[in-house]
Ligand binder design. Structure first.
Ligand code: UTP
Length: 298
C-alpha cells in the first residue's frame, strides 16, 4: 500500500522576471486567470485531488498570496446582507480550514530545487505534491487528481507530462519513457532542452510532481545547476538512480502563464471554457477577427 499524498508544496518565491513590469510589485501567482488568481486555481486543483495540507514557500513581497487565503468576516457579512449568495459561494472556493495552511520562507530565490527544500521540515517523512503555480491545465479532471490516481497504482515518484510539437523540444525538459503511447509509463531519464533530433520523446515536464521525501536529502547538497540555480530536475535525476519515476500523460491542455503570450492564451482558453464567460468571450473574439478580416480586405 502506497503512503497517501496528503500535503502539497506551492513554491511561490520566484522573481517572475519574464512577466515584468506586471510583477514588479504584484506576485506572478496573484495574476488573475479570468476570475481567480493563479494560486487559487492551483489550490483548488489540489483540493480536488484530495490534498489536505497546503504549504506555501513564500518570499519577499509575496505576502498577498497568503493573505488571499485569509477568511474576511466583514466582506462575508456585507455580501450576506446584500444577498449576494453567488459571490459568497465563489469566495468560499479559496477557504482552507484552520491549521491546514503552513508558510515557510525562501529568503533568496536560489532556484526551484532550493524552494522545495525549504519545505522539508513541514513535509516530514511522507510523499508530497509540488505545484508550479504558473502552469495551468484545463481538462475534465484536474492534473493532480489524474496523477494521484496513477500514484495509487504505481507508487514512487510521478511527473506530469504533456506532448509538445517535436520541433520545439529544445524549449522544454523532456522525458525518456518506456512507452510513449501509454498514459502511465516508467521514466528512464530526463533531458533538459534537447535538440529535436536528439529528443527521446516529445513529452515535456509540465510542472506537477509527486515526490518521495528522499528528494530532500539530495536537495540538501545544494548543488548549483543550469542558470546558476539549485534545480529540482537535477535532484530528481539523482533520485531516479534508486527509485522509480513514472510519467502521467495529462488528459487535457497545458498553459504556461509565466510569460505574457502564454498568459494571454490561457485567459482566452479558460474564458472560452467557462460556463459563465464562454459564449460572451467567443463573441468578443469573433468581433476582432471580423474587424481584422475587413481591415485586410480594404
Ligand atoms: P519560474 O521558473 O517560473 O521562475 O518558477 P520565476 O522566478 O517565478 O520567474 P522568471 O523565470 O524569473 O520569469 C516556477 C515556480 O517556482 C517558484 C516561482 O515562484 C514559480 O511559481 N520559484 C522559482 C521559487 O519559489 N523560488 C525560486 O528560487 C525559483
Amino acid at each position: 500500500m502506497n503512503k497517501p499524498v496528503r500535503k502539497a508544496v506551492f513554491p511561490v518565491a520566484g522573481l517572475g522576471t519574464r512577466f515584468l513590469p506586471a510583477t514588479k510589485v504584484m506576485p506572478k501567482e496573484m495574476l488573475p486567470l479570468v476570475d481567480r488568481p493563479l494560486i487559487q486555481r492551483a489550490v483548488e486543483e489540489a483540493q480536488e485531488a484530495g490534498i489536505e495540507e497546503f504549504i506555501f514557500v513564500s518570499g519577499r513581497g509575496k505576502s498577498l498570496i497568503t493573505q488571499h487565503f485569509e477568511i474576511q468576516p466583514e466582506l462575508r457579512d456585507e455580501l450576506e446582507k446584500k444577498d449576494k449568495l453567488d459571490l459568497l459561494e465563489k469566495l468560499s472556493h479559496s477557504d482552507i480550514p484552520s491549521g491546514k495552511v503552513q508558510i515557510t520562507m525562501q529568503q533568496r530565490a536560489l532556484g526551484l530545487g532550493h524552494a522545495v527544500w525549504c519545505a522539508k521540515n513541514l513535509v516530514g517523512d511522507e510523499p508530497f505534491a509540488v505545484f508550479l503555480v504558473d502552469v495551468m491545465t484545463l481538462g475534465e479532471t484536474g492534473c493532480m487528481a489524474q496523477m494521484i490516481e496513477a500514484y495509487n497504482n504505481v507508487g514512487g515518484n510521478i511527473i506530469a507530462t504533456s506532448p509538445v510539437p517535436r520541433d520545439l523540444t529544445y524549449k522544454y525538459g523532456i522525458v525518456d519513457v518506456e512507452n510513449e503511447e501509454k498514459e502511465v509509463t516508467a521514466i528512464n531519464a530526463m533531458v533538459e532542452k534537447p535538440d529535436p533530433k536528439d529528443a527521446p520523446s516529445n513529452l515535456h515536464i509540465l510542472g506537477r510532481y509527486i515526490l518521495q521525501p528522499e528528494i530532500f536529502t539530495l536537495l540538501e547538497e545544494r548543488k548549483v545547476g543550469a542558470g546558476g540555480e539549485i534545480q529540482l530536475t537535477d535532484a530528481m535525476v539523482r533520485l531516479m538512480e534508486s527509485q522509480p519515476f513514472h510519467s502521467v500523460k495529462l488528459k487535457g491542455e497545458t498553459y504556461d502563464c509565466g510569460h505574457h503570450l502564454g498568459f494571454i492564451e490561457a485567459n482566452l482558453a479558460f474564458a472560452l471554457a467557462d460556463p459563465e464567460f464562454g459564449e460572451a468571450t467567443y463573441k468578443i473574439l469573433q468581433k476582432y477577427i471580423e474587424r481584422d478580416k475587413n481591415h485586410a480586405a480594404a
